[in-house]
Design a protein around this ligand. Structure first.
Ligand code: ACO
Ligand SMILES: O=CC(=O)O
Ligand code: MG
Length: 348
């Protein structure tokens, strides 16, 4: 392990100094764009004003014979648009693929100064982050980039989950992590064919009665353990946790439920793969107005955050004050970016 001082040294001469704190940024949804499709690229100017992060995807879902077109399409969309306060990310191909070196060389060299975050798929351990960290420093130095590009890991292999804590703390470049339920299901040998969400057969059956009445089944959350493990690893490391993809675009209610479970557990956002999922993520990852109003009541009643008070019959103390602060801080961030929510929160 590196010494504390060495941890924050640039990894190449001329590379920017690593960040000590994450930039304060609203990232309720990471919106995936397939950049090899001209029609989709043409939607980017409109997407910039609708989403918190635009991501050009180069990995899975891009056909092998379109990998170069996707990379060049991403560079074009990065060059041609002003992203303002909206994040610009790319998901590169995985480290053992034949495409990743060119992804990094071309993207960092040509548009590295506009890129906020690189999403790295199939991260197995800290060694994957160390490799990318070093290479990015060399490329940043060569391209004269002044702001370090951050790394976001996808947690989508059994080994990655085993090593989640060392991945989260592998580098000051770490921005956060997303759960990748589709690859993780395959890696774990789960018997499913879905991209995220629940499964009706993963359930607990209520006890039988002497009368033999029908027994209710209660569906359980397949992802609870992994999301909890990821959130603890991320929050302990001071980085952000996200739920990843929800593949059934026709089931908005189930998507919303999956996103909300993640939000309640500590995640700050999720992926949107289709325009219909943007508003779902906005609704879920912006705190509920009633909760914001209650959080503000707590903060007002306990100005220095200590003591115990009763509000609406419920005991509040230092710990609920801290929860209230999480909600109020998020509401303020949402207010800065989103005029619709600003009006709703102000009215409460
Ligand atoms: C397990 C994982 O790795 S998940 C991550 C990898 N997967 C992805 O990135 C998938 C991203 N999404 C997509 O590529 C597309 O949504 C597809 C190919 C799955 C479906 O696209 P379509 O068949 O065009 O869907 P649909 O007809 O419902 O689209 C409706 C409109 O939204 C547009 N649209 C669809 N997806 C997107 C998107 N991700 N971004 C912007 N616009 C989109 C379509 O172009 C269409 O526009 P139009 O009305 O002007 O013609
Ligand atoms: O990349 C995402 C996944 O679910 O796999
Ligand atoms: Mg995956």
């Amino acid at each position: 392990m590196k010494t504390p001082r060495a941890f924050y040294q640039p990894l190449a001469i001329g590379a920017p100094a690593p960040l000590r704190d994450l930039p304060v940024q609203l990232e309720r949804m990471i919106h995936f764009v397939p950049p090899h499709v001209e029609k989709m690229r043409a939607k980017v100017p409109d997407l910039i004003s609708r989403v918190d992060v635009v991501l050009g995807n180069l990995e899975d879902a891009i056909p092998a014979d379109q990998k170069t077109a996707a990379r060049r399409g991403f560079i074009e969309m990065a060059r041609e648009n002003d992203f303002g306060s909206t994040g610009l990310w790319t998901r590169i191909n995985c480290l053992n693929s034949p495409w990743v070196l060119d992804d990094l060389m071309e993207i960092v060299t040509e548009v590295g100064d506009k890129l906020d975050v690189i999403m790295l798929p199939k991260v197995e351990g800290a060694w994957d982050i160390h490799y990318l960290d070093q290479l990015l420093a060399q490329l940043e130095a060569r391209a004269g980039i002044s702001r370090p590009i951050m790394i976001h890991a996808i947690l989508e292999t059994a080994e990655g989950v085993k090593n989640v804590e060392s991945i989260a703390t592998a580098s000051p470049r770490m921005h956060g992590m997303s759960l990748g339920p589709a690859d993780l299901a395959a890696s774990r040998g789960m018997k499913t064919t879905r991209v995220g969400g629940g499964h009706p057969d993963y359930m607990v059956l209520a006890d039988g009665t002497a009368e033999g009445a029908p027994r209710a089944g209660f569906q359980q959350d397949l992802w609870h353990y992994t999301v909890a493990k990821m959130v603890d690893a991320c929050m302990a490391a001071g980085i952000k946790a996200f739920y990843g993809p929800f593949g059934d675009f026709s089931d908005a209610a189930a998507c919303e439920a999956q996103f909300r479970n993640a939000f309640l557990m500590g995640c700050v956002g999720a992926w949107s793969l289709h325009p219909s999922q943007i508003d779902i993520a906005k609704k879920v990852f912006s705190p509920e107005p009633g909760e914001v109003a209650f959080a503000r009541k707590i903060i007002k009643a306990m100005p220095d955050g200590t003591g115990a008070v009763m509000i609406d019959g419920k005991m509040q103390d230092d710990a609920t004050w801290k929860q209230a602060k999480v909600i109020d801080d998020l509401a303020r961030l949402v207010t800065e970016k989103d005029p619709d929510f600003a009006r709703v929160y102000a009215a409460e």
